[in-house]
Design a binder for this molecule. Structure first.
Ligand code: SAM
Length: 272
């Protein structure tokens, strides 16, 4: 009879954050597929887990899949863990699961820590909805594109501490200094910290404080009126850069956007 494949969440910092059931299963399985055997060994030693460790990471997942499928087909129980948190959440495993499904192998998931849900569980929000985009792209253009796409909802992303300040500055430039943001750093660890405020407050804060460790962040949903205003301001700036007068700009914009000419005139007068 074929074995079972278990997807197991492991801690995201505090080694105590693993469920009894996960420890029991990791003790019971014959093999644990893991991203980095050295990291999983630390967990295994702490909890007296003796399963054989098989490295399975983004660079060898395809070739490893065949071996894992034959082990489970031969009746062995196998678990998948990542270095931290829940497998497949910005971590490898997707290809492997697809192959296991094709082979009708029984898969079950043991829930536990995940940086996104730990973070969200500490953030008061007006709206339950959120979009999780994984690691935010590095290029400024792609960052803005994806943040714009999810502007009307809470948008959660992973980022490295080295790039966070640049990303915050990109957000401030594109969406305005008053954009609300939360940054979670080192969750579940000794120096856990959540900083919430306008993007300019958060930039100011991290100019004077350490910015090390693991980061998850959220740009809060933006009001429809803010989105509209900032789009109008962008168009006004474009026309100003082309040399149009404030009077002409208010005529053009009010025609295109069906807006009040005097309001646009005021907006255009205050816009650089
Ligand atoms: N699978 C993991 C999960 O369930 O959260 C995420 C893996 S992803 C490769 C690693 C990224 O998650 C880190 O670079 C960081 O952005 C975020 N992360 C992981 N642990 C964290 C923590 N303790 N505090 C804040 N962010 C964390």
């Amino acid at each position: 009879m074929a074995g079972t494949f278990y997807i197991c969440a492991t801690p995201i910092g505090n080694l105590g954050d693993i469920t009894f059931r996960t420890v029991e299963i990791l003790k019971k399985v014959s093999y644990i597929a893991c991203e980095d055997t050295r990291i999983t060994k630390v967990l295994a030693e702490k909890y007296g887990i003796n399963a054989k460790l098989l490295d399975c990471h983004k660079f060898n997942e395809k070739e490893r899949s065949g071996k894992i499928i034959s082990l489970v087909s031969d009746g062995y129980d196998v678990a998948l863990v990542s270095d931290a948190g829940t497998p497949l959440i910005s971590d490898p495993g997707s290809y492997l699961i697809e192959e296991l499904l094709k082979n009708d192998i029984k898969i079950t998931s043991l829930p536990g820590a995940c940086a996104v849900t730990v973070f969200l569980s500490m953030l008061p929000r007006k709206n339950e909805e959120y979009a999780f985009i994984g690691f935010i792209p590095r290029s400024q253009k792609q960052q803005i594109e994806i943040l714009k796409k999810y502007r009307s909802t809470n948008c959660v992303f992973y980022e490295s501490p080295q790039r966070l300040m640049q990303t915050l500055e990109n957000i401030a430039r594109e969406f305005g200094d008053e954009t609300k943001i939360s940054v979670g750093r080192e969750l579940t660890k000794v120096f856990e910290e959540i900083k919430t405020g306008t993007v300019s407050d958060v930039i100011q804060y991290y100019s004077n404080h350490t910015l090390k460790g693991e980061i998850v962040a959220m740009v809060y949903e933006q009001e429809a009126s803010n989105i509209e205003n900032s789009e109008l301001l962008q168009k006004i700036s474009l026309l100003k850069a082309e040399g149009y007068s404030t009077k002409d700009i208010s005529k053009i914009i009010s025609l295109i956007f069906n807006a009040n000419k005097n309001d646009i005139y005021k907006l255009a007068s205050s816009c650089k």
